[in-house]
Design a binder for this molecule. Structure first.
Ligand code: GLY
Length: 329
């Protein structure tokens, strides 16, 4: 992986191998959240020489400066040195927050990620984006900082609700729609999602790795991973946490597809019980786009899908983006 290579281990049951897979013979801050079964972090902590466990509140509110300071203070109080490490056990919030803390504590200590949601397994756990939200703007303060190793255990997905699982699948659908027609076909045709998940995760990770290796700091190509996200973040802001991130991404992708690609995408989203329509007008969403991007009249890079498996970039003003929204199927 660009920006420092690291291993990604994808294997059912690998969580139980954390002691063999990770260098835990030192102080380790093990961070999880209240929504993650406590035994996952407990299994990791049991394999550390000196574990300090921290359980943060579930949800986006934990991606804050206050929680970041809590992580940093916990490490300071426990005498963490540059030779110690942070381990995230949970979803994207725990991963982004913990990685950011690891990236700035003593100018950077080792970070391991053990993502336990589908969203984090297919997307946020690799690629080195770390962040907290600030003054209502998502991910506006952060760094690029690569983990030392990522352990992905599909068995942990068994404890997710179907709604959480399907919301995570939206990120895999995003990768497939823009970069991998075969993966899209697998998602269309799958009759046993649980059995197909390891392959869906593997292919999604290959797409993400390929993109991030070419453009680690999102100067160009990596923006493709934001397909559906500009509109999605606006919908997320409007609905104030009642819709999951993946559900908002699902809604944000549809208006940016051609009629043919949109029909296929809509069918897949419906198959996995993801929403395909909310009634908000462009006028209602526009303030959230301007706020999210901290922008005025300048353009956003939109990702358009004319044919499943490929994409093109288009520079659109927020008003032009809203025209796409109003034309949604
Ligand atoms: N989740 C989008 C990215 O990592 O760039």
């Amino acid at each position: 992986m660009a920006g420092g290579s690291y291993e990604i281990v994808l294997a059912p049951g690998v969580l139980r191998q954390a002691g063999e897979e990770l260098a835990l013979g030192r102080r380790a801050l093990v961070v999880t959240d209240e929504g993650v079964p406590p035994e996952y972090a407990g299994q990791v902590a049991a394999r550390c020489k000196r574990a300090v466990c921290l359980t943060v509140a579930q949800g986006e509110e934990s991606k804050s400066f206050d929680t970041l300071q809590l992580l940093l203070k916990t490490m300071l109080d426990a005498g963490f040195t540059r030779g110690d490490c942070v381990v995230a056990v949970g979803g994207g919030v725990v991963g982004d927050l913990s990685a950011f803390a690891a990236s700035i504590y003593m100018r950077g200590i080792d970070f391991y990620n053990i993502p336990t949601t589908l969203l984090s397994q297919v997307d946020s756990s690799i690629g080195g984006k770390t962040a907290v939200n600030f003054h209502g703007v998502k991910n506006v303060v952060g760094s690029f900082f690569q983990p030392k190793k990522v352990l992905i255990d599909p068995d942990t997905l068994r404890t997710l609700s179907p709604r959480q699982l399907h919301a995570g699948l939206a990120e895999a659908i995003k990768m497939a729609a823009t970069r991998d027609a075969e993966l899209f076909a697998l998602l269309e045709e799958s009759r046993d999602l649980e059995a197909d998940l390891p392959e869906i995760i593997r292919r999604s990770l290959c797409i993400k790795r390929d993109v991030v290796e070419q453009d680690p700091t999102e100067k160009g190509l990596r923006k493709v991973l934001n397909f559906g996200h500009t509109l999605g973040h606006a919908i997320e802001g409007f609905h104030q946490g009642t819709l999951y991130h993946g559900e908002c991404v699902a809604l944000g992708m549809l208006p940016l597809c051609s009629a043919g690609a949109g029909e296929r995408l809509k069918r897949v989203l419906e198959k996995y019980e993801l929403p395909t329509r909310v009634e908000q007008s462009g006028e209602e969403l526009l303030p959230y786009i301007l706020h999210d991007k901290k922008m005025g009249a300048e353009k956003v890079t939109a990702i358009l899908v004319d044919e499943i498996g490929s994409f093109r970039f288009a520079e659109l003003t927020p008003a032009e983006l809203m025209e796409y929204w109003e034309r949604r199927i």
